[in-house]
Design a protein around this ligand. Structure first.
Ligand code: FES
Length: 121
């Protein structure tokens, strides 16, 4: 049994499908929660390169005429990483590390209690 006293509920498990993420703000801190199928991970929602919202990884972009679409970035459930939707920097969901640059972004404890996804900020 997890001691959930210092955790905040952000969503329910059905809200975030496997291989996807959602953005949340808790006490002014922007986080993204990703579902790898085995686990949920909470990391900063802002890429340290140019501050793209990581929760948009894998979303489809549509241009003004709706004639061109492209998916950018996404979750790699096997590698446990998310690639940024803007320039595809790959972030480790467990450690918050971008290996190529050595930069880190914040990670937060994330757990499931019943159907609730909880994050400790
Ligand atoms: S803003 Fe994320 S890789 Fe550039």
């Amino acid at each position: 049994m997890v001691d959930t006293d210092n955790f905040t509920k952000v969503a329910e498990v059905d809200d975030i499908p496997e291989g996807e993420g959602e953005g949340f703000e808790i006490n002014g801190i922007e986080i993204a929660v990703f579902n790898t199928g085995d686990e949920y991970y909470a990391i900063s929602n802002r890429c340290s390169h140019q501050r793209a919202p990581l929760c948009k990884a894998g979303d489809r972009k549509i241009n003004a005429e709706d004639t061109w679409t492209e998916e950018r970035g996404g979750v790699d459930t096997e590698a446990c990483t998310v690639s940024c939707p803007w320039h595809l920097w790959e972030w480790d969901l467990e450690t918050g590390e971008h290996e190529a640059s050595g930069q880190h972004i914040g990670t937060f404890d994330c757990t499931v209690d019943g159907d609730d996804i909880l994050v400790r900020i």
